[in-house]
Design a protein around this ligand. Sequence first.
Ligand code: MTE
Length: 332
Amino acid sequence: MVLIKKRPSWEMPEREATPEHVFLNRRKLIKQAGLIAAAAPLLGLPGCEDGGSQSQAAPIMAPDPTASLYPAPRNDSYVLDREITDEALASTYNNFYEFGSHKSISKAAQKLVIRPWEVKIDGLVEQKQTLSFDELIKKMPVEERLYRHRCVEAWSMAVPWSGFALKSLVDFARPLSSAKYIRMETFNDKRMAPGQKAVWYPWPYVEGLTMAEATNDLAFMVTGVYGKPLPKQFGAPLRLAVPWKYGFKSIKSIVRISFTKKRPKSFWQETGPREYGFWANVNPEVPHARWSQASEEILGGGGRRVATQLFNGYANEVAHLYKGLENEPLYM
Ligand code: MTE
């Protein structure tokens, strides 16, 4: 068991990881929030509701109904250039702003109620549908893949995810040919997730990919890790892993998947448009607005830094997706 006694050097205090204007406006926003909250019942403002029905359900202490799927057979096409990160470390060093804006949210995240868990598929599809996570996973080919994970904050880890190719879910959803993007949304329930009371963030967490990205072999829907069903702090029961992009694209605890014509605006893009973009492809040569992306600190590596690679080392698999898009801000 690895214990982090002091804050590792790569961990940033929230004031550094959060765009400055968010901090500067915080006081003003808190004041406004008080007024909005007071007025909400009169105005019926969207986003001021208590949240969905998922928090109503009592947590189920029974064994995870998908436990028999793990460990899933490993797909050997995905190899690592480094050791798998220690499970105890990866499980206690997480970003999940719904439960706090620091890394030690693993305990707080146990409040997340993951059964029942419904996933809505809508937008430009042949037929809209809502199905339970347990129904959905039964239809998907579950396997294990070893992926690198590179956070925009310049730390990285290597994780044995289990799940299924996002492409399998896209095929199942039957999008119309007019669909250009896939938009994913996290639950929104501030009674369950106290971080969602922070009014300066645009809840719920939203992320998006182009259809070409979503149907690339590397795009993976995660349902398990370290040979077990996904622990809550990792974004149970269903999260994304797109390892050629900065970690914030890998949205957790997904409840809605929509196919759209319009490019979705993501949580971080909305929060800090000068610092975070739609594409967020890893590139060591394009610094973040406030720090270099040239190297990364390997989580649990005793402070070891390694050079960051273009597309996090997955250029062979994904570089072709960006031909002709050179004028887009592909690396923020
Ligand atoms: N998804 C949601 N819903 N909320 C979040 O705060 N954080 C993102 C991403 N997905 C986040 C999220 C960021 S910044 C990173 S680096 C990864 O989740 C962290 O995943 P991990 O905790 O499994 O390492």
